[in-house]
Design a protein around this ligand. Structure first.
Ligand code: PLP
Length: 225
């Protein structure tokens, strides 16, 4: 961490309680919203010119930022999780391991995919304990959802090692750590899919919204239909 004269804080004023990202709305955001109204193109699939679609441009930013091949903007972080789970082939009879400390949407998405959430302990970082993850694996376990809580990355080296060795699919819940990285690698790019939220209280917001990123062709085709 830089010190002394090198230290230039990104932010110099305190946050207002609860309004983290919308507090940063300024002229740039106003111009972009008015630009959409002026060109009267509010449907992402209208016309063939992708450069005119804000949704497509946002997806392009996520492809670049996470280094993944595919990104799909959806209506919520919960939808991103549901789409990724179903796209990964998770369904009835499958178990999906989730951490005890998360927002309810992580486990709810597993139920919406008609699978069974299996809840395991968090460690001192308040993210999923990799040992608890491995101890909870059964013959029915198909996937794990590490959640990067409150901007803190999970111990992805250990989680990926267990998941790869045991043949478990990893779907990252990046809802609370948008833009974060672990050992220099962007969060969301470790597993089969990464899921983001743009809900009001998240680091980047559109009020509601979400994004799925993946390098997997089959998962992308399934989430895209
Ligand atoms: C960890 C976590 N996962 C998933 C979600 C669901 O995101 P959304 O509210 O956009 O559906 C949230 C936030 O609400 C969250 O904090």
């Amino acid at each position: 961490m830089p010190t002394g004269d090198d230290f230039k804080p990104i932010r110099t004023k305190p946050w207002k309680f609860g309004l983290h990202s919308t507090e940063e709305f300024g002229q740039e955001e106003k111009d972009l919203v008015l630009g959409v109204l002026e060109k009267k193109r509010v449907f992402r699939f209208y016309g063939n010119d992708k450069s005119q679609s804000e949704a497509y441009q946002l997806e392009q930013l996520y492809r670049e930022r996470t280094g993944t091949k595919h990104a799909l903007a959806v209506n919520a972080g919960t939808s991103a999780l549901v789409a990724a789970l179903i796209g990964a082939g998770i369904g009835p009879g499958d178990e999906v391991i989730v951490p005890a400390y998360t927002y309810i949407a992580t486990a709810a998405a597993v139920l919406i995919a008609r699978a069974v959430p299996i809840i395991v302990e968090a460690d001192d970082s308040l993210t999923m304990d990799p040992q608890a993850f491995e101890a909870a694996i059964t013959p029915y376990t198909k996937a794990v959802i590490p959640v990067h809580m409150r901007g803190v990355p999970c111990r992805m080296d250990e989680i990926m090692e267990v998941a790869t060795r045991r043949g478990i699919k990893v779907i990252e819940d990046v809802a609370q750590a948008n833009g974060g990285s672990y050992k220099g690698k962007p969060l969301g790019s470790f597993g089969l899919a990464g899921c983001f939220s743009f809900q009001q209280y998240k680091l980047i917001t559109a009020g509601e919204g979400g994004m799925v990123v993946t390098n997997d062709e089959t998962l992308y085709e399934r989430v895209n239909i």
